[in-house]
Design a protein around this ligand. Structure first.
Ligand SMILES: *[C@@H]1O[C@H](CO)[C@@H](O)[C@H](O)[C@H]1NC(C)=O
Ligand SMILES: *[C@@H]1O[C@H](CO)[C@@H](O)[C@H](O)[C@H]1NC(C)=O
Length: 455
């Protein structure tokens, strides 16, 4: 007996030792644990002129933080919960389920008042174009005011949650400036060259589906030894992230950010800078003074789809691919296809798409907003039975709705949920969950039966 006890620790030390060498650093640990960062993204406490910004950052793909730049926007001090509720409460916004990004979960529409009433006690995350009504209260950073940026603006998006949210590791095909109104964001950022090496295994290369809390270094060997930079954004700071720099963002505390996306370009045109610089009125930078062309953004999406199909697409190929994400509607109809197919030869090419004006691209997508377009033919419809059920029940904690709408629930999730919340559930809801649980069980049985048959 005592020999066994003695041997065991010695054996296990040997066992651990033998394996340790082969386990990559940071395996099953949070993203960024595998090696120290290369340093912090450069931070400056002024906003450069558009020309300097273009030459020193945008055109050479260098990220930078403008410390305190967002404090110039009235929204920075105005946008408390009370102010937003009183002034903008009735506006409808799109709200996601789940702060840990899960791109398969549904989203739905709430008014800002409804969102404000639940966001502190739920996992809901508002991600939507900043409502137009609020555009007077957010200013474009001065470095974007002339030279070509203003004709290439794509979208201004608001991100609002009670913190604790985590994005996937992903990259954008556009230039981006992200400004903090409230809360803190921690960034894991990878430079352009190294980003190209990351295994973006989801959404046709849009993002890497690695679990950022527990990185599986065996499944994602491209992350082993990947050099990275860190950035820490506080209220008022704006971060410029050039296109193609992969990033993962963790948000803390009551968290409001607005980010601006624009199409990168290669030549600075100073013609409109001379006129602009004369007038020192800062309110000329308010978003409502600019045109954000969704057509530019849609063009980007379209080019991506065409590239993935070797530069050429027929109507039959593109029609099922481009759908309204929440309606399932096929957006490129025959008539709209012919708007884009400028030479009417039945094939859509990059040249076709580049030669039409942005508003025609917009028209071709049925004027559907870019955030609502899915280019992989997928739609994320709400489950009608869940909606009807919840409407008929007096009151449910928000977590019930979120749980019911998740489409990736495992048997374990069901059991855990029923174990924890059974007491609080309305009978009809409990019955419904039990019914869904039975469905999962049944489908698992059929699956294992299928395997037996194969044997
Ligand atoms: C939510 O929590 C934040 C603090 O984290 C607080 O400022 C805000 O007023 C709260 N909102 C509501 C509606 O309770
Ligand atoms: C520069 O911008 C002005 C308008 O501000 C435009 O008229 C001119 O054609 C542009 N030049 C080039 C080379 O694009």
């Amino acid at each position: 007996m005592s020999r066994i006890l003695l041997c065991f620790p010695i054996f296990s030390i040997f066992f651990l030792f033998g394996h340790q060498e082969r386990i990559p650093a940071g395996h099953l640990q949070p993203l960024g644990s595998h090696r120290p960062s290369e340093g912090k993204i450069k931070s400056i406490d002024f906003i450069p002129s558009p020309k300097d910004f273009f030459e020193e950052y945008a055109s050479i793909s260098r990220p930078v933080i403008f410390k305190g730049a967002a404090k110039l926007s009235p929204g920075f001090s105005l946008w408390t919960d009370n102010y937003i509720r009183e002034k903008y409460g009735s506006i409808t916004v799109r709200v996601d389920y789940g702060k840990k990004e899960n791109r398969n979960r549904p989203a739905d529409d709430l008014t800002l008042s409804e969102f404000l009433a639940i966001y502190n006690d739920s996992d809901r995350y508002l991600v939507d174009t900043l409502p137009k009504e609020m555009w007077d209260e957010f200013f474009l950073p001065n470095c974007l005011l002339c030279g070509g940026f203003t004709t290439r603006l794509q979208d201004a998006v608001m991100w609002f949650s009670s913190g604790g949210s985590k994005s996937f590791l992903h990259m954008d095909t556009v230039d981006n400036v992200n400004c903090m109104i409230s809360g803190v964001k921690e960034w894991f950022i990878v430079d352009l060259e190294h980003s190209k090496l990351i295994d973006m295994d989801h959404g046709e290369g849009d993002y890497c589906s690695v679990n950022v809390d527990q990185v599986d270094m065996f499944k994602y060997p491209s992350l082993q030894n990947l050099p990275w930079w860190s950035a820490h954004l506080e209220p008022g700071d704006c971060l410029f992230i050039p296109y193609g720099w992969a990033h993962q963002v963790t948000s803390l505390f009551r968290n409001i950010a607005v980010n601006i996306w624009w199409t990168p370009f290669s030549r600075f045109n100073s013609t409109d800078c001379e006129v602009n610089s004369e007038n020192g009125d800062s309110s000329k930078a308010k978003l409502s003074n600019f045109k954000f062309t969704t057509g530019e953004q849609l063009r980007f999406m379209l080019l991506k789809v065409i590239k993935e199909h070797n530069g050429m697409m027929t109507y039959n190929v593109i029609n099922p691919l481009i759908v309204g994400e929440h309606t399932g509607e096929r957006l490129i109809t025959k008539t709209r296809f012919s708007l884009l197919d400028t030479d009417q030869d039945g094939y859509l090419t990059e040249d076709n798409v580049m030669s039409v004006p942005a508003d025609v691209v917009d028209e071709a997508f049925g004027k559907t907003l870019p955030g609502e377009v899915n280019i992989r033919g997928e739609s994320r419809r709400r489950d009608d039975r869940v909606s009807t059920l919840l409407q008929s029940v007096e009151k449910q904690p928000p977590l019930v709705e979120e749980f019911l709408l998740r489409d990736d629930k495992t048997l374990e999730d069901f059991n855990k949920f029923l174990g924890q919340h059974s007491e609080q559930l309305d009978k009809s809801v409990r019955d419904f969950i039990q019914e869904r649980l039975d469905d999962v069980l049944k489908s698992q049985q059929t699956e294992s039966q299928g395997k037996h048959n194969e044997l």
